[in-house]
Write a protein that binds this ligand. Structure first.
Ligand code: PLP
Length: 390
């Protein structure tokens, strides 16, 4: 079945259209949309947790939430953090905005490709953004020493590193991040964006949050929407020494956290086991989905420790046309990366999803790419999976 897709919708911003916008435009068929675009944990919250939230919806929507200190204090208890070292916000993007206003003075370094707000926010406020290009032929892996040399050569005063990175899911071991933080202890600020770190299975305790709390110039950023599967709530937090975290808490707008965020934060303590299980299921799906995609000769799949996989299409296959084909014929929504700095529309970011959804994605990709691929080249070498983390 074919639905009309308004291509202009994808050109309006650096980000993808929301699920709601897309569903509205697709009318009755929006409800069947499978979202491979926005990286969200599909196994959490559990159906029981959603039932609980639904039963309490009326009071959640009718009453004011508690103040941010009460909500972030509970989050700190659940996560085993010192409340003085955290500041909680309405999505981690809110913290990126405020960090830029408060602490980025004139320049900021960031590897690209990456999450768009890390380049757009400081550019919007007139800062110099020093972009360190990650190389496709090394699987977009970040060479820490080369990045440090780049920061020194440019004289950047703030440095950001996303671990794992978006959109490739590349991950650096904790000891490398510590080395990075130590080497840059004289900068105004070092930000380690750990928005996807809960999905890492390469090592047991990958986060450097506790290390940030005892350093003068390091902030670790966390987005709760992705790992708890609740983007709509808009919640995230940072971890830093009490001076930096306190400054951020005092800067954030009063009552910036909503009652739904409060309800979820107070639910979390009883659901640690389900959360752990959701991460195990996701790691299993990531492996299976990567293997299945890698069997398509038209795709190169990059190894990822996040809840998405970056893939590259073979020459001659247009990512924008594939995206439109998947939405209009299969109600499958993917992220084509043509509007990301350091990428092109040959790259797609595909969110890790359960097996049945992946089958629909693969059917749709096959239907689109095979006739083109056969025409384009019979002599192409089969692409390999690169930078695999065993
Ligand atoms: C690396 C990274 N950091 C931060 C964010 C912002 O997340 P949110 O504002 O939803 O918490 C994103 C969103 O995709 C991201 O990819």
């Amino acid at each position: 079945m074919r639905h009309r897709v308004d291509a202009g919708m994808f050109q309006q911003t650096a980000h993808s259209p929301s699920y709601f916008e897309l569903s509205r435009r697709m009318g009755d068929h929006g409800g069947q949309l499978i979202d491979f675009c926005i990286p969200c944990n599909p196994y959490f919250p559990t159906p029981d947790m959603f039932d609980f939230l639904a039963r309490n919806l009326e009071s959640v929507l009718k009453f004011y939430p508690s103040d941010a200190d009460t909500i972030s204090g509970q989050l700190a208890r659940v996560l085993g953090l010192n409340p003085a070292t955290i500041a909680m916000s309405n999505g981690s993007t809110e913290l990126i905005t405020w960090m830029d206003h408060l602490w980025v003075r004139d320049s900021i370094a960031i590897p690209i490709p990456t999450f768009g707000r890390w380049t757009d926010q400081p550019m919007e406020t007139g800062k110099r953004v020093d972009m360190f290009p990650l190389q496709e032929d090394s699987g977009f892996a970040l060479d820490i020493d080369a990045y440090i040399r780049f920061i020194r050569a440019r004289g950047s005063r703030t440095a950001v590193l996303c671990n794992p990175n978006n959109p490739d899911g590349g991950y650096l071991p904790r000891r490398e991040i510590l080395r990075f933080m130590d080497a840059l202890s004289d900068l105004d600020l070092v930000v380690i964006d750990e928005s996807f770190i809960d999905f890492v299975e390469a090592e047991r305790n990958p986060s450097v949050a506790a290390d940030a709390a005892i350093r003068p110039n390091v902030v670790v950023l966390k987005s709760l929407g992705k790992n708890f599967g609740l983007h709509g709530i808009r919640f995230g937090y940072l971890v830093a020494n009490p001076g930096l975290a306190g400054k951020m808490r005092r800067t954030l707008p009063k009552w910036n956290l909503n009652s739904l965020a409060e309800s979820v934060v107070f639910m979390l303590a009883q659901h640690g086991e389900e959360y752990g299980e959701s991460l195990r299921l996701l790691a299993r799906d990531r492996y299976n989905m990567g293997m299945q995609l890698a069997q398509l000769p038209e795709l190169t799949v990059f190894a990822s420790q996040a809840n998405f996989l970056l893939v590259k299409l073979a020459p001659g296959i247009d990512g924008t046309e594939l995206r439109d084909h998947l939405i209009s014929r299969h109600q499958v929504f993917i992220r084509e990366c043509g509007n990301k700095l350091g990428m092109s529309n040959q790259f797609l970011r595909l969110v890790v999803r359960p097996e049945a959804d992946v089958a629909r994605l693969i059917d749709g990709i096959r239907e689109f790419v095979q006739p083109r691929w056969e025409q384009e080249s019979s002599a192409q070498v089969r692409p390999l999976v690169v930078r695999r983390i065993s």
